[in-house]
Design a protein around this ligand. Structure first.
Ligand code: TEU
Ligand code: CA
Length: 552
C-alpha cells in the first residue's frame, strides 16, 4: 500500500493565515508561529498556496520568479526554518507549482517582449486569423478572450486566465526543462509534496491552435493525451527520484477516466487528483455565477461515481470540500446558523471516511463561514470583480449581481483565519488585507480548542485514519443511493466493514440499514449525535453523521 493513504493534508492560505509583522498580510513567520497548533490537529502535510515573487494580480498564481520568496511573505531563511520546524513536529511541506503559466513580469516573458526569439518560443504567440479574428475563439476562465496583444507586434499571446498570466509553451522541451529545474530546486530544500496548478491544461491540442467549433476552447486545451507524457517525464526528472514525495494535480473540468490515468501508481504520473464536479451542484446549467440551492442527489451521485470509478481503476482521489477558490462548504451545503457544530462535523466525516486523501482548508476545523460583505469594495479577487462587471453587462441590477457575488466569490474562503476574539480575530495587529468575518467572536481557535466540538472531531477523524487500515485502504460501496437526504456508504477490508450514514438536512429522518449488515458484531465508531448501537432502522437527527465498525 502506498505510504500516503493514511495521511491528511492541511491547506494554509499564507496571505490569510497569520500576520507576524502587522502589515495586514499573512506571512511565513506567521505560519511558523502556528505550527504547534497544526501539529496538535494531527495533520501530516501542509500545502501552502504560492508565496513566490509575484505582482499578486491573482494572489500569487501569477509568478514572476519561481525560485524566490516574495518579500511580502518573508525570506528564504524563513522558508527553510519553516521546513525544519515543521519536520521536527512530524509535518512535511507541499508547495503549489503554477507551471501552466507565468506572470507577464517573469524574465522569460520580458525577454520575449524585448524580441528574443528563444524566449518567444516559451509562450504561445500567434498572429490574428486571416479574417482579423483573434488566433482562436478560446475564452479566458476569468472572462473575456484568452488572447491579448503581444507588445507592439502584430502577434497575440495566450492566457487561459488573467492577461497577466501568460500560458507557457510546454511543447517546447526547453520550457519543460526549466520547469523541472524549478521543481528540483524546491525538492532540494526539503519539500516533500507538490500541488500542480491546473496541470491538465498544459497540453494545448497541437502546436497549431485552432478555433473550437463547440464553444469556448475547453475540449481543445483540457486533458489532452500529451499531458500524461509530460507528467511522466516530469515525474522521472524530478519528484519521482525522491522517495515518499506526494503529488496532487489540480484537474480542471476533468473525467474519471483521465484521473485514473493521472493517479494510478503503475503509470508513474501523480499520487492523486483534485476534481471539482461535486462542487458545481449549485450552478444553474453549469454556470458558476448563478444562484440555486444545491442538488443533493447530484452531489451524492458524483461522489459515488468518483469513489467507484477511481477505485475500479486503482486511481486515488484528493477529498475536499473547501479551498481558496470555493465559497465555504458549510455555508453552501449545510446550516451554520442553526446547526453549526453538526454541519461542520457532518461535512468533515462525510469525506474523511471515504477512500482518498482528505484535505482540510484552514478554518474548516473551526466551522468558519462565508463573510457577510455588503459592498463590492470589500472583495479583492480579480475574478470576482470581472464577474460583477459581466453580470451587470448581461442586464442584472447592482443588487442582483451582488447577491450572486456574495454567494460565489472566491474571497468567501480567503478571509483571515479566526484565532481569537480580539480585534481582527487576532490575525493581525494592523489592517487585514481582506475583512474578517463578523462572527469571529463566536468562531475562533481559542474558543474552539478550549471548549468546542469541531476541532476535536477533526482530531479524532485524523486519528482514526491512522488506526484503522480499513479507512486508509478499504474498498468503497455506495448504499441507499436513491435516498433523498442521506449519503450512506460502506468501506470493506478483509471482511471488516465500516458503515457511514451522513444526513444533510434538518428534518429528522429514519433509514433502513441493509439486511446484510445486521446480525454482525458491531460497535459505534464515531458520530456527532447520540452514541448508539447499529439497529435495523436508525433515526438520524438534523445534520447527523454516524459510523459503525463491523468485525470480520
Ligand atoms: O484554479 C484553477 C481553476 O480553474 C479554478 O478553480 C478557478 O479559480 C475557478 O474556476 C474560477 O471560477 C487555479 C488556482 O487554484 C486559482 O486560485 C488560480 O486563480 C488559477 O488556477 C490560475 O492559476
Ligand atoms: Ca505580514
Amino acid at each position: 500500500m502506498s505510504n500516503f493513504h493514511d495521511k491528511v493534508v492541511y491547506q494554509v492560505y499564507p496571505k490569510s493565515f497569520k500576520d507576524s509583522n502587522g502589515d495586514g498580510i499573512g506571512d511565513l513567520r506567521g505560519v511558523i508561529e502556528k505550527l504547534a497548533y497544526l501539529a496538535d490537529l494531527g495533520v501530516d502535510m501542509l500545502w501552502l498556496n504560492p508565496f513566490f515573487t509575484s505582482p499578486q494580480n491573482d494572489n500569487g498564481y501569477d509568478i514572476s520568479n519561481y525560485k524566490e520568496i516574495d518579500p511580502l511573505f518573508g525570506t528564504m531563511a524563513d522558508f527553510e526554518e519553516l521546513v525544519h520546524k515543521a519536520e521536527a513536529l512530524g509535518m512535511e511541506i507541499m508547495l503549489d507549482m503554477v507551471l501552466n503559466h507565468s506572470s507577464t513580469e517573469h524574465e522569460w516573458f520580458q525577454k520575449a517582449l524585448a524580441g528574443d526569439k528563444e524566449y518567444q518560443d516559451y509562450y504561445y504567440l500567434r498572429p490574428a486569423q486571416e479574417n482579423g479574428d483573434l488566433p482562436t475563439n478560446w475564452e479566458s476562465k476569468f472572462g473575456g478572450p484568452s488572447w491579448s496583444k503581444f507588445g507592439q507586434t502584430d502577434l497575440y499571446y495566450m492566457h487561459l486566465f488573467d492577461p497577466t498570466q501568460a500560458d507557457l509553451n510546454w511543447h517546447n522541451p526547453k520550457v519543460r526543462e526549466e520547469l523541472h529545474q524549478v521543481v528540483n530546486f524546491w525538492l532540494n530544500k526539503g519539500v516533500k509534496g507538490f500541488r500542480f496548478d491546473v496541470i491538465n491544461l498544459i497540453g494545448k491540442s497541437t502546436t497549431e491552435l485552432v478555433d473550437d467549433l463547440t464553444g469556448n476552447g475547453k475540449p481543445l486545451y483540457t486533458d489532452q493525451p500529451i499531458v500524461h507524457d509530460y507528467l511522466k517525464e516530469m515525474n522521472q526528472a524530478t519528484f519521482g527520484r525522491v522517495a515518499d514525495t506526494v503529488t496532487v494535480g489540480e484537474m480542471s473540468s476533468t473525467t474519471i477516466e483521465n484521473c485514473v490515468l493521472y493517479s494510478n501508481p503503475t503509470r508513474e504520473e501523480l499520487s492523486m487528483a483534485f476534481s471539482f464536479h461535486h462542487l458545481k451542484v449549485d450552478y444553474v446549467d453549469g454556470e458558476k455565477w448563478s444562484l440555486m440551492p444545491f442538488d443533493f442527489l447530484a452531489l451524492k451521485n458524483i461522489l459515488n461515481d468518483w469513489q467507484t470509478g477511481m477505485s475500479e481503476g486503482d486511481g486515488w482521489n484528493a477529498l475536499f470540500w473547501n479551498n481558496h477558490d470555493q465559497p465555504r462548504a458549510i455555508s453552501r451545503f449545510a446550516d451554520p446558523v442553526n446547526y453549526h457544530s453538526e454541519s461542520a462535523t457532518l461535512l468533515a466525516q462525510t469525506i474523511h471516511l471515504l477512500r482518498g486523501t482528505p484535505y482540510i482548508y484552514q478554518g474548516e476545523e473551526l466551522g468558519m463561514t462565508n463573510p457577510d460583505y455588503e459592498a463590492i469594495e470589500d472583495f479583492m479577487d480579480i475574478e470576482t470583480h470581472n464577474a460583477y462587471r459581466k453580470l451587470q453587462e448581461k442586464g442584472l441590477s447592482e443588487s442582483e449581481a451582488m447577491a450572486i457575488i456574495r454567494e460565489k466569490s472566491r474571497d468567501n474562503n480567503r478571509t483571515p483565519m479566526q484565532w481569537t476574539d480580539e480585534e481582527h480575530a487576532g490575525f493581525t495587529t494592523g489592517t487585514p488585507w481582506l475583512k474578517v468575518v463578523d462572527n469571529y467572536r463566536e468562531i475562533n481557535v481559542a474558543k474552539e480548542v478550549a471548549k468546542g466540538s469541531i476541532f476535536s472531531y477533526y482530531q479524532r477523524l485524523i486519528q482514526l485514519r491512522k488506526e484503522l487500515p480499513i479507512i486508509a485502504n478499504g474498498s468503497y460501496e455506495g448504499l441507499l443511493l436513491e435516498h433523498p437526504s442521506v449519503y450512506a456508504y460502506a468501506r470493506h477490508l478483509n471482511g471488516e466493514t465500516v458503515l457511514v450514514f451522513n444526513h444533510f438536512y434538518a428534518e429528522p429522518v429514519t433509514i433502513q440499514v441493509p439486511e446484510e449488515y445486521l446480525n454482525r458484531s458491531s460497535r459505534y465508531l464515531i458520530g456527532n449525535g447520540q452514541e448508539r448501537e447499529l439497529t435495523s432502522s436508525l433515526t438520524l437527527a438534523p445534520y447527523e453523521t454516524i459510523a459503525f465498525y463491523l468485525d470480520a
